[in-house]
Design a protein. Structure first.
Length: 131
């Protein structure tokens, strides 16, 4: 999660996480705060949500090992975004959430367990092993 809001531009922003509240089979480090690394191969369910200071359209990318592999698009102006996706990850794969708002806005920081948590990334391992 993040503990502070951050101004972002239409050029895009890799969410720099500021803390890891829990973690199993993933690692996060303040040295590379945008990266989350998978330590165990398997299928994972990822759910992310974030909110902006103002309504705006835009999109976000799931970046895996420096390549955008999934485009998440919200064509309607909105200040709260929620996405879920399932994907297989190998050991040492790392991900980033890259956000592209259509307007320069502030990414809100709202604590987990509060209304409109932002930004939050939940990762749940569904199965272990290689394919």
């Amino acid at each position: 999660t993040r503990t502070a809001s951050v101004a972002i531009t239409t050029a895009g922003y890799d969410v720099a996480w500021q803390s890891q509240t829990r973690g199993q089979n993933i690692t996060w480090s303040a040295v590379t705060p945008a990266n989350i690394t998978f330590t165990t191969p398997g299928y994972y369910l990822l759910q992310t949500q974030y909110s902006f200071s103002a309504n705006t359209a835009g999109n976000s990318d799931l970046v895996v090992n420096n390549s955008a592999v999934l485009k998440l698009w919200e064509p309607v102006s909105n200040n709260r975004w929620v996405f879920s996706y399932t994907r297989y990850f190998n050991q040492n794969d790392f991900i980033r959430l890259r956000i592209f708002p259509s307007l320069n806005v502030t990414l809100n920081a709202t604590a987990e367990g509060s209304t409109n948590e932002s930004p939050i990334l939940h990762i749940i391992q569904l199965s272990r092993g290689t394919v």
